[in-house]
Ligand binder design. Structure first.
Ligand code: DLZ
Length: 158
C-alpha cells in the first residue's frame, strides 16, 4: 500500500502485465463517496491504460465497506472474472466501529478470494482522518484505486 516511502501509483508501467482480454469487477462503497469516487476513477483509468476493454469492467456499488465482500460474492455469481477489486474508505471515528468494519472487510475479502479461487483485491483506505484519505485518493500519496488495479492486473496474470 502507499506510504510516505512507497507509492505504488507511480510504479513502472512496463512492469504491469497487459489486461487485454481480461474481465474485471469493481465493487465500490458509497460511504465516503468523495473519496471512493476518486478511487474508482483511478482503478478504471488504470485498467483501461493497460488494455482492458471498457465493456469488460463491471462496476457494482454497495452502501458501505462492510458490504464489499458480499458485493464481490454476488458479482462472482454472474460471471467468470479474472480479478475483483474492492474499493472503500473507512475513517476512524470516536468509537470502535472502525476496528470492527476494517477487520470484517479484510477477513471477508480474503474469504471470498480463497473460496472462489479468484484474486479479490483489498483497495480499502483505513485512515485516521479525512485528510489522510484525500492524500491517498489522488493526492500527495497517490491513489489507492490505481494501486488496487495494478495489483489486480498482476494477480490476474498469475
Ligand atoms: C456505519 C459506518 C461508519 C460509522 N463508518 C463507515 C466508514 O467510515 N466507511 C465505510 O465504508 N462505511 C462506514 N459505515 C457503514 C458500514 O460499512 C456499513 O455499511 C453499515 O454498518 C451497514 O452494514
Amino acid at each position: 500500500m502507499s506510504t510516505e516511502l512507497r507509492n505504488l501509483s507511480s510504479c513502472n508501467k512496463d512492469d504491469v502485465p497487459s489486461g487485454e482480454k481480461g474481465i474485471f469487477g469493481i465493487v465500490v462503497s458509497e460511504w465516503n463517496s468523495e473519496i471512493t469516487d476518486n478511487l474508482l476513477r483511478g482503478a478504471v483509468d488504470t485498467l483501461l491504460e493497460h488494455g482492458v476493454d471498457d465493456k469488460d469492467i463491471y462496476i457494482r456499488h454497495v452502501p458501505g465497506s462492510f458490504e464489499l465482500p458480499f458485493g464481490a460474492s454476488t458479482l462472482l455469481e454472474k460471471k467468470r472474472f479474472d480479478a475483483i477489486i474492492c474499493l472503500g474508505c473507512v475513517i476512524q471515528g470516536e468509537t470502535r466501529h472502525f476496528d470492527f468494519i476494517c477487520d470484517a472487510v479484510a477477513n471477508g475479502i480474503m474469504q471470498v478470494s480463497l473460496k472462489e479461487e479468484i484474486p479479490v483485491v483489498f483497495g480499502v483506505l483505513t485512515t485516521n482522518t479525512l485528510e489522510q484519505a484525500r492524500d491517498r485518493s489522488g493526492g500527495k500519496h497517490g491513489n489507492k484505486g490505481v494501486e488496487a488495479a495494478v495489483t489486480a492486473l498482476k494477480m490476474a496474470a498469475l
